[in-house]
Design a protein around this ligand. Structure first.
Ligand code: ZN
Length: 282
């Protein structure tokens, strides 16, 4: 975890608490190749150290495959045998987050036969040619043509793992989530998720996206910015010092004086998220 992840945690925690809500912790460890039990333990240890305690959870996505399968079965899905090279050749990466718009190559159509290969297929949901609109809490009205900007997207991978879009949609609905506060890197994922809520007959939450922190070189803060990693910060600063710095950067407080998260609940509102500058540097 780095301080940018913590900014996200702090904002969603404050938004929930300032409205008298509960803050839910979900460990998105559905990608078995990249997830390890100790990563989740570190995340929870960092959150607890900062005073960001959760009211419900942790919920581990890796334990919920049976539930995802139940909802997967309700979707209009079809198998896709495209290789990575096929996908790369068919479309340029999308500007927002680098995903490739699917060409529909394997989509069942009259007179079109896709020969199964020896590989296991990925499963795609056949999206309608429609525009999805929603009002983001900070970025306002968003519109997205599912067919043009996503195409039929993957809901289950060839290795049997369910895709992020399906897992978070099902989880948010079943966990009774009413508000999602997250970084603007996920703004473009909201439209496919809203389509899934609708297709599955589930109630969608409100979405509020906020700008991500940049490093001094103007790049989005990442794991490579070692000095901003939680283990480095924890060696140098106390938790109230880290929270104080974040509160100042995010415009919650006028100074970076040490403070506990609880002390920031009073007076917090979505207006603060709306006013976070787009080019925040740490
Ligand atoms: Zn395909």
């Amino acid at each position: 975890m780095h301080i940018g992840n913590m900014a996200c945690a702090l904002l969603s925690w404050l938004s929930a608490k300032s409205q008298g809500g509960s803050w839910l912790l979900r460990i998105e460890d559905i990608d078995r190749g990249r997830s390890r039990k100790e990563f989740a333990d570190w995340i929870m240890d960092d959150l607890h150290w900062l005073g960001l305690d959760w009211d419900e959870g942790p919920c581990y996505q890796s334990e919920r495959s049976v539930i995802y399968q139940e909802y997967f079965d309700k979707l209009p899905v079809y198998p896709c045998y495209c290789t990575r090279a096929d996908l790369m050749a068919a479309s340029a990466p999308h500007a927002s987050d680098g995903h490739h718009v699917y060409s529909g190559r394997c989509r069942p159509a009259e007179g079109k036969i896709i020969m199964p290969t020896e590989r296991e297929p990925a499963w795609r949901v056949a999206v309608p040619d429609r525009t999805i609109s929603f009002v983001d809490g900070r970025y306002g009205l968003q519109t997205c043509s599912l067919a043009d900007e996503w195409g039929d997207f993957v809901v289950k991978r060839a290795n049997g793992e369910f895709a992020y879009q399906l897992a978070v949609t099902v989880d948010d609905a079943l966990m009774g989530v009413t508000e999602v506060v997250r970084g603007v890197d996920l703004l473009s994922s909201t439209a496919p998720q809203l389509y899934l809520y609708e297709a599955l007959g589930l109630k969608a939450p409100k979405f509020i996206h906020f700008p991500l922190l940049n490093n001094r070189a103007g790049q989005r803060l990442s794991k490579r910015d070692n000095s901003m990693a939680m283990d480095a910060l924890r060696q140098q600063y106390s938790a109230p010092e880290v929270i104080g710095l974040l509160a100042y950067l995010l415009g919650i407080k006028e100074s970076a004086a040490p403070v506990w998260p609880e002390q920031l609940i009073d007076g917090f509102s979505i207006e603060i998220i709306r006013q976070i500058p787009n080019d925040l540097v740490i």
